[in-house]
Design a protein around this ligand. Sequence first.
Ligand code: T1G
Length: 675
Amino acid sequence: MTGPITTHRHGSILVIVSDNPPVNALSAAVRQGIESAVKEGVVDDTVHAMVIRCDGRTFFAGADITEFGKPMAEPALPMLVDMIEAADKPIIAAIHGTALGGGCEVALACHYRIAVPSAKLGFPEVRLGLVPGAGGTQRAPRLAGVSLALEMTAKGDPIPARRALDAGLIDQIADEESLEADAISFAQKVIGKPLPRASQKTAAADPAAVEAFRKANARRFRGFEAPEANIACVVKATEVPYEEGVQFERQQFMKLVMGVQSAAQRHIFFAERKASKIDGVPEDITLRPINKVGVIGAGTMGGGISMNFLSSGIPVTIVEMAQEALDRGAGIIRKNYEATAAKGRLTPDQVEKAMSLLTPTLDFNALADCDLVIEAVYENMDVKKEVFTRLDGIVKPGAILASNTSYLDINEIAAVTKRPQDVLGMHFFSPANVMKLLEVVRGDKTAGDVLATVMALAKKIRKVAVVAGVCYGFIGNRMLMPRQVEAMKLLMEGATPEQIDRVHVEFGMPMGPFQMSDLAGVDIGWHRDPTRIENIRDALAAEKRWGQKTKAGWYDYDDKRNPSPSPRVAEIIDEFRKRTGAAQHAVTDQEIVERTLYPMVNEGAKILAEGKAQRASDIDVVWIYGYGWPAYRGGPMFWADTEGLKKIVAGLEKHGFDVGPLLKEKAEKGERFTS
Ligand code: T1G
């Protein structure tokens, strides 16, 4: 046999091995190889059982996503899994790594499954806007019940091997070091026994569990089509025989795979992986070792940033100016860990382990032997320059010096040091221990190995990192500004904060510009002079309407932080409309989309044209992981392509925006930003 599938014999056991790096995706060649190997085993009388396993880092991690949208080569996966299950000799799946999607479906079609303890099984298709398309929604509930099947398919979270064993999804835990041998001895034990076939089992209906599941996840599933389709498939499994159930599943799969949402989510899947590639830096460049990290500033950002490293086992020295601030900062870190432990997501030992890696100090010199120092002090250029001047004099050569600035010029900061090649931006998003996005800001002199080291480190601390060039606000905040500016103008012309926020929430954002301002703090960046009222925001701030924290901002808030429209804010807006004589008109929802979202696309195109983002898909990753842009819309640049660039240019011109040349050119040529 040639290609990714090979076979070898162990007595009467035929071992079928896949070796299709990097993740044994079930490409056409893999499917064809498995099909002929199983057929060979079935017709060979000397074969009494078969084992399917994979070489490399993982069992089949699913269908080959790059084949979607193209003509499907035979055998299609549904036919292959049914053929495996129909075999009249026991077939054992030997699982390591992550048996995901189609890979999990192959395993569930086998008569038996064994897995090493570190293995995971899952159906992440919903994250691609899909349902499992090869019987997964029909076999999983028959083997493990409706509740677990709902969790695995509609939420997409993989489960560990031990839980799969307890749930009846697998039959045995194998030894990490002897998976094949364990599978062969398992096979020898089941030869001649009646073959269990998942599709022939029944799945007990559980309408109460289904309703409870829908209710518990309503917020998480909002706007997505695939979760409800997964639920419908699992429910179908409790109502009809397997053959009918897989037809229903197939219909759902075909409808979704042709849809915009799945195209958007598949775009993000590959965009996230592409983002880690750095233009002009070889993938095999030698990285600098990062074994000790320093953080300057124990405030909200400094504390959150430190937790990322502590949680990944990297010691952190955190520096503050005053003991009280230091104690408060370290205290908040411990409180956050204990809160996570209280929810059962960490053990007390893990809390103590993380805290044992933290060294709070007032001594700046303690940073001397750090491999990476991240500055998270007050957002002021002079303060930043003073800190970097001190760092330059103290920290060992070869260390990386990073600023967590959200806007400021990294080149200007780097220029105060004698080592600008070792300086870059690491822009975390608040709360920094939760938000997945990290904008890695590449200065003009930042060395390739410094950039590559930080991008690799980001993966280690479970961040999704995107390279941004130096410009005001980098990628995300720079695109946010035109949205905020237009939102304020729309207020003056007749819209209300509630209307503008509703349009954004209906679009799929977690919140609108004004709810966001209330969460972050209306007083952020305010000049703090209550007598100086130059705009609506000044007026709110002067009245201590600083947002949720003062229970009043653009909205009024009750004790549970539920927002309600504020008559006082309506009054203030009215006063400013009169004071400025702004022309009023009935603002439509479509106008709000055209004037708040289209300018973001325009700004994104300018960022791309200036080379401040490596690729359009990076911009999409920034907005998905940093600003809650709905994944089923694929990010601003992908969305622009689906909306139609001509339509966006027309909308921008209608409202008098200066359309960037790249956007105009692509619209004229009928091109797209994303592939
Ligand atoms: N198809 C094609 N390429 C894939 C792939 C896949 N399923 N999974 C990963 N890759 C590529 C990826 O683009 C990257 O490429 C490289 O492999 C390493 O990936 C019918 C319809 C397995 C947990 O959704 O979640 O089955 O960037 O960087 O961090 O029901 O990859 O190097 O060029 O992510 O170690 C369902 C998707 C498919 C799983 C490993 N399966 N993969 O994570 O490596 S739909 C999935 C992952 C399906 C059936 C349905 C992760 C991973 P490059 P990586 P990693």
